[in-house]
Design a protein around this ligand. Structure first.
Ligand code: NAP
Length: 334
């Protein structure tokens, strides 16, 4: 059983008469949701989804009030699951974490064991949260894309929303696997950062070829798409024969339009990527993140912010001003 701890700080998202907002508060351990594993949180992060949740810009939170933060790393304090024991370094992410169950923006988290993974061998809590749910999803996408034919010799791979969290880790992993990565960004001033991660080419999204024919010039063997909307529409028309697009996100929009032509004439594969996975798949992807898919530039990707500066950092992510992964240091929180 978990030992009783003193009240600890938390960042709680609430809904007051239909207005969603977030604020610091103090929680007692008894107020945490039920779960097998209690974790002393060291780091959390700000994902696009966290920014939508905390600002109320998106209908993300499914149970108010809810501690935000859809991923966290830390040390197990107590565990009723045989898979973990006190002292283990772990990462928690996905499923209801920070959405319908108190999340990572608190000094303690208690969660079902199926939402927890051991840190890969030799990986620190800071490195693991820099990967976080964003990097996990990037690795899952690349795993699925390679199962669908992606291979370094077959051509360029596009990564859009390139300065974002999912995209930054995607560029890093793809480059270390020998792919020629083309980064598409709305922040061309960050070209040097993207090249450091391994992008061979950086294109400003405003300079991307526009077109609306059912099939445009085939430029890429694959694409990691964080954006959805019009950028995904364009991708379907410009991927080469038997190419593969991983649809991960919706930063530019929920809907896209295309025709069946890319699919029936070029055999383009549009694959969906979702990070809510069963323990066996999570285990396999985290093992790969610690070995053959291990990112090489996590120190460049992370921006570490103290817990007390979380609100301002959330606004930066919500406003599209952040770069890479914004990591929240809860080390001094309690
Ligand atoms: N499927 C899953 O399980 C899963 C898991 C994790 C994340 N996601 C989704 O993946 C997407 C990316 O997440 P993230 O955490 O990497 O987000 P992020 O760090 O905020 O990055 C998103 C990037 O997209 C670009 N962008 C932002 N707003 C845009 C707009 N209105 N139009 C065009 N481009 C825009 C920006 O890159 P540039 O300025 O460089 O263009 C930004 O850095 C989100 O939609 C998120 O919800 C899904």
């Amino acid at each position: 059983m978990s030992q009783t701890t003193a009240p600890f700080p938390a960042y709680l998202v609430s809904n007051t008469d239909g207005t969603v907002g977030a604020a610091f508060t103090t929680l007692a351990e008894a107020q945490l949701d039920a779960g097998d594993v209690t974790v002393r949180v060291q780091y959390a992060s700000i994902n696009f989804k966290d920014a939508l949740a905390a600002t109320g810009k998106g209908k993300i939170i499914r149970r108010f009030p809810c501690v935000g933060g859809i991923d966290a790393t830390g040390v197990v304090e107590s565990s009723a699951s045989p898979r973990f024991k006190a002292g283990d370094g772990v990462i928690v992410h996905s499923h209801g974490f920070g959405v319908s169950h108190h999340g990572g923006y608190a000094a303690r988290a208690r969660v079902p064991a199926d939402w927890v993974n051991a840190l890969p061998a030799g990986m620190t809590a800071l490195e693991a949260i820099t990967i976080g749910v964003a990097g996990y999803t990037a690795a899952l996408a690349i795993d699925l894309m390679e199962l669908n034919g992606l291979a370094p010799a077959r051509g360029k791979v596009l990564v859009n929303g390139a300065t974002g969290g999912v995209a930054s880790v995607s560029i890093d992993i793809l480059a270390q696997r020998g792919y020629e990565v083309v980064a598409i960004t709305g922040k061309p001033a960050e070209a040097a950062y993207l090249r450091e991660l391994g992008a061979a080419e950086v294109i400003a999204s405003a300079d991307l070829p526009q077109g609306s024919k059912p099939l445009e010039t085939a430029l890429w063997q694959g694409a990691v798409d964080s954006l959805g909307g019009a950028p995904l529409s364009g991708l379907t028309r410009s991927v080469q024969k038997d190419g593969v697009i991983a649809s991960i996100g919706n930063a530019a929009g929920l809907e896209f339009t295309t025709s069946v032509m890319p699919f029936i004439l070029r055999g383009v594969r549009l694959i969906g990527v979702n990070s809510d996975n069963d323990p066996a798949l999570r285990e396999r992807i985290w093992k790969r993140l610690g070995t053959d898919l291990r990112p090489r530039h996590l120190g460049r990707i992370a921006r570490v912010v103290p817990f007390k500066e979380l609100p301002g950092a959330i606004d930066a992510v919500a406003g599209g001003k952040a770069r890479g992964r914004t990591v929240i240091d809860l080390g001094s929180a309690a």
